[in-house]
Design a protein around this ligand. Structure first.
Ligand code: BES
Ligand code: MN
Ligand code: ZN
Length: 552
């Protein structure tokens, strides 16, 4: 049985040797003195020499020639009917090889395509990876750049290469600077290298990624910014991968008590973090009968997990981040259909993202007070389970008629939101795989955002843009609130088929009247189905960016 299963996750594969390095200047002067960044997987190599941008690019070709051993693979950007400067230099020394490849159609000019060349003699690097950066004179879009980096990593791994060098300054993305390009590069590489093989009997048989080191070649003047960005990117990716692993764990292992123990373990490692866990008895004493109604049909005890990170000014009001932690959502008595029900182990991805963010802000040592809350429960149809029609009294005193036991997320969140009042928060943001309707409205690319505060909304939307972690606001209002009317209690827990994401937001808004609040519905963005089934770790990037912007 579950309790007898002693489980130690090996977690995702973060190889301490997986390195990022940023270098500038002449190859001969590339100092090997390594400055360890805050991320364990990130080592920065820095040149002492000041080299202007143009020269730097030409130099990369030289560096490859001079430093054969250290550059097994060089990535160069190619543009449709034009060559970026490194490519230009290589084209010159190879008597027009690249121009010929493009003319001959060997390299398609669609942004994101790659072509790996083995041993171009004049270039003197073992391999050249040509990467298409789209139209000449036109910067790449974000999506194109993400695809390009993803394909670079795929090509490098397919060729089993350990190390890659990229002239990062040449990759130009619309409206973004080199620092952004570098941070995304680090994030995407770490994301690609993630591997969840905890439950594979012979993990070594799985194709472990080969890539261990990425050298970002940049101009001297951007080196420091690039270095900081790479460190940030690594910290964000790490938090995101923490969230992915928790999300990917099966429901029989990752239950509310497991999450509570994770929170306790995190606090043990870091003295700025304190974890408190409320069990069902304590929650009953507080009157959290809405939250408790969800776990009644389960053998697993519900937990309210409080992770208090105190690293800001003493009297500064904290930001509260709350995650929906339904470790398995069967629907309860309003049972879900069988097909795809396994994916309801991902119904704690909101909670997982809170763990991810806490990990990242600890690593970044952000000078903020942040409370990470997780409302954890399992929604099962046991004999003690809540029935459709049951009426419960929430901690706020408001009564709720449970018309559908599958609308359980809002039932656990509403009591946690009331509890959050105790912190006198500057703002509360909840993150939840709340409604299937959100997948219909926004698909799998964009997180839904609902809020009672315009300032908080715009701060989150700005962060979402900066972090390239899409979100979009949906409306709320009196007209929608009426859909929650109940004949027998203060409100029903469902508002009918139309505007399902909005009525869920309206339900939560009734418990958030005393502080600025935003709700992120990640039902469509928290995981991928199908062949690449797995948790995405979103919206860790957006939330971390929001917190980073608070510090600035
Ligand atoms: N966890 C689900 C929402 C969900 C469904 C997320 C599918 C991602 C994919 C949530 O608890 C739920 O079941 N919501 C119901 C609400 C309805 C009963 C009002 C839904 O969306 O169908
Ligand atoms: Mn449900
Ligand atoms: Zn759910």
């Amino acid at each position: 049985m579950d309790s007898a299963f002693v489980f130690k996750p090996r977690g995702h594969r973060t190889d301490p040797d997986s390195l990022f390095a940023t270098g500038t200047g002449d190859s001969q002067s590339l100092s090997q003195a390594c400055i360890h960044s805050s991320s364990e997987s990130c080592i920065i190599t820095q040149s002492e020499q000041i080299v202007p941008l143009g020269e730097s690019m030409e130099f990369v070709v030289k560096s490859v020639t001079a430093d054969k051993q250290k550059t097994p693979c060089l990535v160069i950007g190619i543009q449709k009917s034009g060559l970026l400067s490194t490519a230009q230099s290589i084209d010159t020394i190879t008597s027009g090889l690249l121009t010929e490849l493009i003319k001959g159609g060997d390299l398609s000019c669609k942004a994101g395509e790659t072509l790996l060349l083995h041993h171009v003699p004049e270039a003197s690097c073992e391999r050249l990876l040509l990467a298409t950066a789209g139209d000449v004179d036109k910067p790449m879009s974000e999506a194109e750049y993400k695809k390009l980096v993803t394909n670079i990593i795929k090509a490098v791994n397919a060729a089993n290469l350990k190390e890659v060098s990229v002239a990062i300054d040449e990759l130009v993305v619309a409206d973004k600077n080199t620092a952004w390009v570098a941070r995304q590069f680090a994030e995407i590489v770490e994301h690609q290298l993630y591997c969840f093989d905890t439950f594979k009997s012979d993990a070594s048989k799985e194709s472990a990624p080969a890539l261990k080191k990425a050298i970002l070649l940049t101009a001297r003047k951007t080196a420091n910014a690039v270095k900081a960005s790479v460190a940030q990117g690594c910290a964000i990716a790490k938090g995101r991968n923490v969230a992915r692993t928790l999300g990917n764990l099966p429901g029989n292992i990752c239950h509310p008590t497991y999450l509570a123990n994770e929170a306790k373990a995190l606090a043990k490692q870091h003295n700025k973090l304190t974890t408190k866990v409320l069990g069902e008895k304590q929650m009953a004493d507080l009157g959290m009968h809405s939250l408790l109604s969800v776990s009644k049909g389960s053998a697993q005890e519900a937990k309210l997990i409080l992770m208090e990170f105190k690293n800001g000014k003493k009297n500064e009001q904290p930001l509260v981040l709350l995650g929906k932690g339904i470790t398995f959502d069967s629907g309860g008595i309003s049972l879900k259909p069988g097909a795809g029900m396994d994916e309801m182990k991902f119904d704690m991805c909101g909670a997982a993202s809170i763990f991810g963010v806490m990990n990242t802000i600890i690593e970044m040592d952000l000078p903020l007070n942040v409370v990470g809350m997780v409302a954890a429960a399992e929604n099962m149809p046991g004999s003690q389970a809540s029935r459709p029609g049951d009426i419960v009294t929430s901690m706020s005193g408001k009564t709720i008629e449970i018309l559908n036991t599958d609308a359980e997320g809002r039932l656990v969140l509403c009591d946690a939101l009331t509890y959050a009042e105790r912190y006198k928060p500057e703002a509360v943001i909840d993150v939840a795989t709340l409604t299937g309707a959100c997948v219909i409205a926004l698909g799998h690319h964009t997180t839904g955002l609902l809020s009672n505060n315009d300032e908080l909304t715009s701060a989150l939307l700005i962060a979402s843009k900066e972090a390239s972690d899409k979100a979009w606001q949906l409306p709320m209002g009196e007209e929608y609130q009426q859909q929650l009317d109940s004949n027998f209690a203060d409100m029903a827990n469902i508002g009918g088929r139309s505007g399902g994401t909005i009525t869920a937001g309206c339900f939560l808004s009734r418990f958030t009247e005393s502080y600025p609040w935003a709700h992120l519905d990640i039902a469509g963005t928290a995981w991928t189905s199908g062949k690449n089934k797995g948790a995405s770790g979103r919206p860790v990037p957006m939330l971390v960016q929001f917190l980073l912007n608070k510090v600035k």
